[in-house]
Design a protein around this ligand. Sequence first.
Ligand SMILES: [Zn+2]
Length: 283
Amino acid sequence: MPELPEVEVVRTGLSSLLLGRKVLSVTAFRANLRYTLPNFSPLFNQKIKEIRRRSKYLLFDFEGDISENTKNNTSNLQTLVWHLGMTGQFHVLPKATAAGAHEHVRFDFDDGSSLRYRDARRFGYAGLMAKIDWPQHAWFKRLGPEPLFDAFDVEYLLSHCLGRKLPIKTLIMDAHVVVGVGNIYAAEALFLAGIHPARAAGRISKHRLQTLVNAIKTTLAAAIQAGGSSISDFVQVDGKPGYFAHSFHVYGREGEPCTRCDAKIRRIIQAGRSSFYCPNCQH
Ligand SMILES: [Zn+2]
């Protein structure tokens, strides 16, 4: 499943290829993915102005041609929101390339290229909304801050931890607290910070929470950087998935030696998910 770093790498890759391209047509080969697909016709003759990311959503901002829209006011600015679900992938291919397996939507552009959305398990979904409205949409309005933004700092995290008995790992994976800290990155960040994943959130000092905030940012930023080198993979004709394997300190390493102290990595189940930690380095 793509996590925040993978989605950010997809965003960077698509931005490098698609900005300024005008949509000539959109073809949906089915009416629904996870949810019913939107009517894409408001995007015809619109140009992709910017591609942003919020949590694990890609936001494609569109802008009409002034020559074709007599009033180019804010009300006609559309944002296409896309979530990749479990197996969603975008590929940028020549228009003439035949549809691949599990290809569900294609956008054809004015320069002869096309954007294809492929999704074997069809848990992805999309919505089209006015640019000014998307932050208030149900998908976004209760989300916590972006982990790499300054708003996610120790004071903020402390305010969510005070008095809480909830395990710290469960808390940092709650998208209402902070978005984009998935199971893998939560485990890795807690290892770097030396904090046991089951420790009660309210029983961690401010100093240690500062270390955790730094570890979350470092872990996600490193994953984004590692993925940057594989951008070309998901835009080629026979593109592989844009998701990448990292080397982990604890994630998926039960019974293997800790990279720091050689103790055996342990696995426990928390909130239905596997948690990996070093019993010697994390308290
Ligand atoms: Zn260790």
